[in-house]
Design a protein. Structure first.
Length: 329
C-alpha cells in the first residue's frame, strides 16, 4: 500500500515558494524540491511553461494536499495577476509509473493552449504538458543552451565563420535553435525518435530558421556513416538519456560515443557532454574520456541554473566541456 504524503509541513517549502510567486514570462523552474535543500519537500517540483504552471510530485499525494496547493496558487494568482486565468497542471511521477515510462497528468485549473509555445532567451519552442513525462524542453539544461549560444557566437567572432555543429540525441532540437540563432553555419540534429525530430523542425520554423539545420531520425549505434560524412564539426553536443532500455545506458554506451569524438571533431573542436544520472558523478565522464579519447582535455563544468541547486552537486545534472587537443598548438 502506498504511503500518501499530505501533512502541511511536508510541503511548507513549496507553499512558501508559491507565496512569493510572480507570473513568469519565460519557461523556468520555480521550486526544486528534488535537490534536497528543503527537507520534507523532496517530492515536489513546480515549473512554469507560460501561461501554464506544472506541479510534479514524485510520490503519491492526497486530494486534500492538492486542494491546499490549489488554494495557495489561486490566492497568490489573485494577488499578482488579478483578472488573469490561472492555468495549472498536476503530474504524478511515482517510482512504479517511472519504471513503466508513464505518468498521471491532470489539468487542475484553466486550460493549456494548443499549440503551446514558450520562450527562452529569445527562442520560441513548442511544449506539451498534458502528455507523457517529458514536456519538450528540459528546463535544467537552460545554462547548457546559453553556453552553446555564447560558444557559437565567440567562434564566429574569432574565426569569421559560422560553426558546424553536431547535435546528438537532439530530442526537440532546442540546442540547434540556440546555435543557429547565435550564428552557426550548420547544425546536424540526430535522434531516433521521429516525433521528437518533427517537433524540432517545428521549433526551427517558429524561429524563422529555414536554413542551416539538418534532421536525421536515426539510431546512431546502427550506423555512423551519415554522421561522419557530414563532419568534421567544430562542436559536438551529446545529451543522451541516462537510462533508456533499448536506446542508451550510460554505463556502457557513453564509452562507445567517446571513442567516436576524435574523428567527429576538427582539431581544437569542442564537445559538450551531458549526464543526468544521480548515481554517476562528474568523474565518471572524465575517467571515461581519459580512457576512450585521451586527446580530448577537460575544460570546465557548465553550472546548472541556480534554482536547480542540489545538496550534492555530484548527483545533479552534469554538463561538461572538453576540447580536442590533437594537432593543436
Amino acid at each position: 500500500m502506498p504511503v500518501f504524503l499530505c501533512a502541511r509541513p511536508l510541503m511548507q517549502a513549496l507553499l512558501d515558494a508559491i507565496a512569493t510567486l510572480t507570473p513568469p514570462v519565460e519557461a523556468c523552474r520555480i521550486f526544486h524540491g528534488r535537490g534536497g535543500r528543503f527537507p520534507g519537500s523532496e517530492q515536489w517540483t513546480l515549473d512554469a511553461y507560460p501561461p501554464v504552471l506544472v506541479l510534479t510530485s514524485f510520490a503519491p499525494v492526497t486530494d486534500d494536499a492538492l486542494a491546499t496547493i490549489d488554494g495557495a496558487l489561486r490566492a497568490r494568482w489573485q494577488q499578482v495577476a488579478p483578472g488573469q486565468p490561472l492555468n495549472w497542471v498536476f503530474q504524478h511521477r511515482g517510482e512504479a509509473l517511472r519504471i513503466e515510462g508513464r505518468s498521471d497528468t491532470r489539468l487542475m485549473a484553466g486550460e493549456v493552449p494548443e499549440p503551446h509555445v514558450v520562450t527562452e532567451d529569445g527562442a520560441r519552442l513548442r511544449v506539451q504538458v498534458l502528455r507523457g513525462q517529458n514536456h519538450g524542453l528540459f528546463l535544467d539544461m537552460a545554462e547548457g543552451r546559453r553556453w552553446v549560444r555564447a560558444h557559437v557566437a565567440n567562434h564566429r567572432a574569432r574565426t569569421g565563420r559560422g560553426a558546424r555543429v553536431l547535435n546528438l540525441f537532439a530530442y526537440t532540437c532546442a540546442f540547434s535553435v540556440a546555435a543557429l540563432q547565435a550564428g552557426a553555419a550548420e547544425v546536424v540534429n540526430v535522434d531516433m525518435s521521429r516525433g521528437a525530430i518533427a517537433t524540432g523542425q517545428q521549433n526551427h520554423q517558429l524561429n524563422g530558421l529555414g536554413a542551416g539545420a539538418r534532421f536525421l531520425a536515426h539510431d546512431i549505434f546502427s550506423s555512423w556513416g551519415k554522421i561522419t560524412r557530414s563532419g568534421p564539426y567544430d562542436l559536438v553536443i551529446v545529451d543522451p538519456p541516462s537510462y533508456q532500455k533499448g536506446s542508451f545506458v550510460a554505463t556502457k554506451d557513453y564509452a562507445r560515443l567517446m571513442r567516436r569524438l576524435p574523428e567527429l571533431l576538427i582539431p581544437g573542436g569542442h564537445a559538450l557532454l551531458c549526464l543526468n544520472a544521480p548515481e554517476l558523478g562528474m568523474e565518471f565522464l572524465r575517467e571515461q574520456m581519459r580512457s576512450q579519447a585521451p586527446s580530448l582535455a577537460f575544460v570546465e563544468r557548465v553550472p546548472n541554473p541556480a534554482v536547480f541547486a542540489d545538496v550534492d552537486e555530484e548527483r545533479s545534472l552534469k554538463v561538461l566541456v572538453f576540447r580536442d587537443t590533437e594537432a593543436v598548438g
